[in-house]
Design a protein around this ligand. Structure first.
Ligand code: ATP
Ligand code: MG
Length: 558
């Protein structure tokens, strides 16, 4: 609520990327903007990627530009078409459309040609050192590196060896191609960076055409340049790579794309490294990439988070140049905001207690028209059957109730939501003293919309008709980890030591029948309890609902 007021009075401040873009457009540095989203198809997209997608596509949309989807597919060993397809699905789900679908591997021929050009200009050489020797030769931040013994090979020899590398004459790791820049450069990135490595592996697109693959630094900027990307946005850890990004573009004399860095998204109680998420899947700690506890887009989607909520979240956290840990409660708040406004309501009892209405005419069924969303009382309705035998939640009854308990108690009254006021006359117990049934009477004069004057009672509770109730399997999800800042896992521990044992609690529910007819396609609200989303494994015979988020929380965004 408060945010809306603020938005109305002061225009939203531009973020630093918008400032750069507006300046570039105003000064005529670029005519229109072109961005790209460059995932490596080695896993499913997660919430961090959503942030990058919202930024890249959002900026292009705002300034009338375009965004390419470019797969950064230079490592055939880890990549797969399964991931390629899921990435497209996720971007579309978020509501964005790319201009062109491209692959770094589309440019392998061009990148190879440029590598030969660099060799011919004396700016690249084939190195036979092992990985360890190369690493040791790099020096440290304080000490200069040492030249490789192969650094001064002739252009002819380098060309011959590089072509032999391409033609498959050498084994993995036997040789690499390096740029010849400066082994004493203060920026370690410039100490003869690797351009190509040998990898005898089949690529998901180029098959067995190549056995040498270009390195990230040698690939990314050139791909941006080929596509005339004006603003290449990446996360902060790439700022040390930027001078090298510029060096390749300048040295090759190609279109001057520019790189800008923003802070990656980190969330409390959440891990967002594809490598670790893959481990959770492989070790079957979760049921798959789309387990509703996963921070993957397919996971949160299955849980019931909406694309609108994610976009609201990305908008609220803004863009920063400083790494920060965002509170997952803000994301949950956004989910709640969106679902509260749009979701349909149904009544579901999770811990049932039988209520018998002793004065209800035997066999009678009364159908109530109840709004699907109270925000729209005149909008669509659902039909809810009311009968003489009902279920309420155990927590809504208390035998020795304190004064402030306004739900049902012996001799007390409560309104059954949308319907009558009932009074509890008798508490039936089993041999162990457990309450098993409440015998109540209903007051026929309290029918909403009836001719009698409205009578209020302090409590209103949800209920379902036993005869019509549909049994549900409920999967109550909670956070996957117990540590707020997952970057602070102590040295002697593993991130898996912080798995939340209660991240999935199985439950049951008894729902009003209309729930199973819901066609909204988004999560629904189980009145008074929480938001739930029908799982993809759900069938009409065995309905399954995933808990999306609790109904209420004390959290309020600043
Ligand atoms: P991970 O470390 O999870 O494997 P990645 O950076 O290797 O992620 P890519 O597929 O290379 O994954 O990322 C595609 C784009 O998404 C890149 O531009 C990357 O900077 C961005 N991105 C990845 N993680 C985040 C994050 N947590 N926050 C914001 N942007 C991210
Ligand atoms: Mg990556």
């Amino acid at each position: 609520m408060e945010e809306n007021v603020n938005n109305a009075t002061e225009p939203k401040k531009l973020n630093f990327l918008e400032e750069i873009i507006e300046k570039d457009l105003a000064e005529g540095k670029v005519e229109s903007i072109m961005t790209r989203f460059p995932p490596e198809p080695n896993g499913y997209l997660h919430l961090g990627h959503a942030k990058s997608i919202c930024l890249n596509f959002g900026l292009a949309q705002k300034y009338g530009g375009k965004t390419n989807l470019r797969y950064d597919d230079t490592n055939p060993v880890k990549e797969d078409v399964e991931y390629v397809d899921s990435i497209k699905e996720d971007i579309k789900w978020l509501g964005f459309q790319w201009d062109k679908e491209l692959y770094a591997s589309d440019y392998f021929d061009q990148l190879y040609q440029w590598a030969e050009d660099l060799i011919k200009r004396g700016l690249a050489y084939v190195d036979d050192q092992t990985q360890e020797e190369i690493r040791a030769g790099r020096g440290t931040v304080d000490t200069p590196g040492t030249d490789s013994p192969y650094r001064n090979r002739s252009v002819e020899e380098n060309l011959k060896l590089f072509r032999e590398m391409r033609d498959g004459k050498y084994a993995d790791g036997e040789k690499v191609l390096r740029a010849k820049i400066d082994m004493a450069h203060p920026n370690m990135m410039f100490r003869d960076p690797l351009l190509y490595r040998i990898k005898h592996a089949s690529h998901h697109r180029t098959g067995d055409k190549w056995c040498i693959y270009p390195m990230y630094d040698y690939t990314h900027g050139q791909c941006d340049s080929i596509e005339h990307i004006t603003h290449s946005i990446c996360t902060l850890e790439f700022d040390v790579h930027r001078p090298l990004y510029d060096w390749f573009i300048q040295t090759l004399g190609i279109y001057p794309s520019h790189q800008y860095e923003f802070a990656r998204l980190n969330l409390t109680y959440t891990l967002m490294s594809k490598r670790k998420l893959l481990e959770l899947v492989q070790k079957e700690i979760v049921s798959g990439w789309d387990d509703p506890r996963m921070p993957t887009l397919c996971g949160v989607r299955r849980r019931g988070y909406t694309a609108e909520a994610l976009k609201m979240f990305c908008d609220k956290i803004g863009v920063s140049k400083r790494d920060q840990l965002m509170d997952i409660q803000l994301l949950e708040w956004c989910v709640r905001q969106d679902l509260n406004a749009r979701s349909n309501r149904y009544m579901v009892v999770q811990d049932p207690l039988k209520v018998t209405l002793t004065n209800w005419p035997a066999g009678q069924v009364e159908w109530f028209d109840c709004p699907l969303n109270p925000a729209d009382p005149d909008g669509a309705k659902r039909k809810v059957p009311f009968t003489g035998e009902l279920l309420i939640d155990k927590a809504d009854f208390m035998e020795d109730a304190p004064k402030k308990f306004f739900r049902l108690k012996p001799d007390g009254e409560v309104r059954l939501k949308y319907t009558y006021i009932i009074k509890c006359n008798e508490v039936v117990k089993d041999a162990d003293g457990n309450v098993v049934e409440l015998k109540c009477t209903y007051d026929p004069t309290t029918r909403p919309g009836g001719s009698e004057e409205w009578r209020s009672v302090k409590g209103t509770i949800h209920w379902v008709s036993t005869e019509f109730a549909k049994e549900l399997e409920l999967r109550n999800y909670d956070r996957l980890f117990t540590l707020a800042d997952m970057s602070q896992v102590p040295e002697d521990k593993d991130y898996k030591d912080f798995l939340n044992p209660d991240s999935l609690v199985m439950g049951k529910g008894w729902a009003e029948p209309a729930l199973l007819e819901d066609k909204s396609g988004i999560a629904v609200q189980f009145e008074r309890t929480g938001y739930y989303f029908r799982d993809k494994d759900s069938t009409p015979e065995h309905p399954i609902f995933n808990k999306t988020v609790a109904l209420k929380d004390s959290y309020k965004p600043e």
